[in-house]
Design a protein around this ligand. Structure first.
Ligand SMILES: NC(=O)c1ccc[n+]([C@@H]2O[C@H](COP(=O)([O-])OP(=O)(O)OC[C@H]3O[C@@H](n4cnc5c(N)ncnc54)[C@H](OP(=O)(O)O)[C@@H]3O)[C@@H](O)[C@H]2O)c1
Length: 258
């Protein structure tokens, strides 16, 4: 996607991006910073986070890295308090860390089921719990406040062997709809982005050979989305006027059939 936004429409905003060490999160962090936000980048791989911070600083932006496993509730809460002190009250959360481990249900890869539930459900909830008070505080001060959760088209599509991953993403999508009902009247925007195939590290973790082949084939055969496409979309969702909430954004490669 060509860059659509310009200037510093996010100046004065304080953003948190989880899963910011690679893929969509890294691209979003860099884009939000380029548009003027101060950005806290969260993930487990410190060196990768440091690279993202370096890219942002080289481009003239402000960012700080926080190495954290978001499945650890106490650690996320502690990081949230540090960020408020270091950068100010957070008013934009891109709740994006996630893992996709595809396998047939009868294979009973229960450890992989658990990893997905731990990160895509519990990790997502830990981030919400840690940052929601800062989002509501921002909105009470009349500032925009955004919670954008990363779901997937897998939340609604029937894809063979995707049961657990799809279940976790369906959880995120429906959770977001319900949270919006409570938080919208408090002027906190709540949204999901549901991407189709994006060329990132995500498929690298899949241990099922058929599923890996399917995803590699898609990336090879069609012009799939790239992380900057998602980053520009996230930036757009955060820059629309405060009374506008883009709530459920499905974004697919034009040529992706499923
Ligand atoms: N790529 C796609 O086609 C696609 C489509 C739809 C939805 N999504 C969703 O998009 C999101 C981002 O994925 P991506 O495609 O950009 O893949 P990615 O490059 O693999 O990014 C995943 C990110 O999550 C972080 N992460 C993993 N476990 C973590 C943990 N326990 N604590 C903190 N951070 C953790 C990873 O960093 P560390 O390893 O450094 O912790 C990494 O930064 C995921 O929620 C994914 O489900 C992707």
């Amino acid at each position: 996607m060509s860059v659509l936004l310009s200037g510093s429409p996010l100046s004065g905003r304080v953003a948190v991006v989880s899963g910011a060490s690679s893929g969509m999160g890294a691209a979003a962090a860099e884009r939000l910073a380029a548009l003027g936000a101060k950005v806290a980048v969260l993930a487990r791989r410190k060196e990768k986070l440091d690279d993202v911070v370096k890219n942002i600083e080289t481009a003239g932006g402000t960012a700080l890295a926080y190495t954290v496993d978001v499945t650890d509730r106490a650690a996320v809460l502690e990081v949230a308090q540090r960020i408020a002190g270091d950068l100010g009250t957070v008013d934009l959360v891109f709740n994006n860390a996630g893992v996709q481990l595809i396998s047939g249900i009868e294979e009973l890869k229960v450890d992989e089921w658990q990893r997905q539930i731990d990160l895509n459900v519990t990790g997502v909830m830990n981030v919400i719990a840690a940052f929601l008070p800062q989002l509501t505080a921002s909105s009470e001060q009349g500032k925009p406040a955004d919670l954008i959760n990363t779901s997937s088209i897998a939340a609604t599509r029937i894809l063979e062997k995707f049961s657990i991953y799809s279940g976790t993403k369906a959880y995120i999508s429906h959770l977001t709809r319900l949270m919006r009902v409570e938080l919208g009247p408090k002027m906190v925007r709540v949204a999901t982005i549901e991407p189709g195939m994006v060329d990132t590290e995500l498929p690298d973790h899949v241990t099922d050979a058929d599923a890996s082949q399917l995803m590699a084939g898609l990336i090879h055969d069609i012009d799939v989305l790239q992380s900057p496409d998602i980053a520009e979309t996230i930036a757009f969702m955060a820059t629309v006027p405060r009374h506008v909430n883009l709530t459920e954004i499905t974004i697919l490669p034009t040529a992706q059939a499923i």
